[in-house]
Design a protein around this ligand. Structure first.
Ligand code: PEP
Length: 232
């Protein structure tokens, strides 16, 4: 399996999301590559509608750990499923950095989503400071410690210093981190961090890299489709 997932972050309202998805369904996408997009909550319905009848999945960017309740600003797995959403990203480093999400919170979110049958891309990765201190493996071990393999779980290794910075882990660095993680939890693994059409093929050729989580370069349909083709 090769999975290419586009994380749109806080970009593209419903109008833009619909136009993007209509262009994506008309784009030249390769066979044998699973493609998903993760729009902001407000654009999910539009994306689901525009991609209906295709193999392209729609993911959310986050999901709460309770089915319902007094949790202002949150949404639950059954609510996403009612919309036709197939999965969700959980524990993105921007959630950890700006919204105080801890490993414990991320674990609760992952467990809830899996329990309801939602597919999950759980994000982990070290900061530049942690890498400089030689703590990368320790951080990765801590972040996956409370996760168990599940047929619907994929882990994205996203070194925080490589996200949105234009700095990419070398294929060898990414391969090494993926091997460390796969020794702890045997699930498919995506690499994320400044993936572009120019570096995608080399990264995805690494044996422990099963796909990519793409941020900035997923916002343009031609660029995103080119990454999907580089993966085939
Ligand atoms: C991301 O948002 O998950 C990401 C990897 O971003 P970028 O590709 O822009 O580095």
């Amino acid at each position: 399996m090769t999975l290419i997932a586009g994380n749109w972050k806080m970009f593209k309202g419903p109008g833009e999301a619909g136009a993007f998805c209509r262009a994506l369904r008309a784009a030249d996408l390769p066979d044998g590559v699973d493609v998903v997009v993760a729009p902001p909550f407000v654009s999910l319905a539009e994306a689901v509608q525009a991609l209906a009848g295709t193999e392209i999945g729609v993911f959310a960017q986050n999901c709460h750990w309770e089915e319902e309740g007094a949790f202002t600003g949150e949404v639950s797995a059954p609510m996403l499923q009612e919309l036709g959403v197939y999965g969700t990203i959980v524990g993105h480093s921007e959630r950890r950095q700006w919204f105080g999400e801890t490993d414990a919170i991320v674990t609760r979110r992952v467990h809830h989503c899996l329990e309801f049958g939602l597919h999950v891309i759980a994000c982990i990765g070290e900061t530049a400071e942690e890498r400089d201190k030689g703590a990368t493996h320790q951080v990765l071990r801590r972040q996956v410690a409370s996760l168990e393999p599940d047929p619907n779980l994929v882990i994205a290794y996203e070194p925080v210093w490589a996200i949105g910075t234009g700095k990419t882990a070398t294929p060898a660095m990414a391969q090494e981190a993926h091997e460390t993680i796969k020794d702890l939890i045997d699930v498919p693994m995506l690499y994320g961090g400044s993936v572009k059409p120019e570096n995608a093929a080399e990264l995805l050729a690494q044996p422990a890299i099963d796909g990519a989580l793409v941020g900035g370069a997923s916002l343009d349909v031609d660029t995103f489709a080119a990454i999907c083709r580089a993966a085939s």
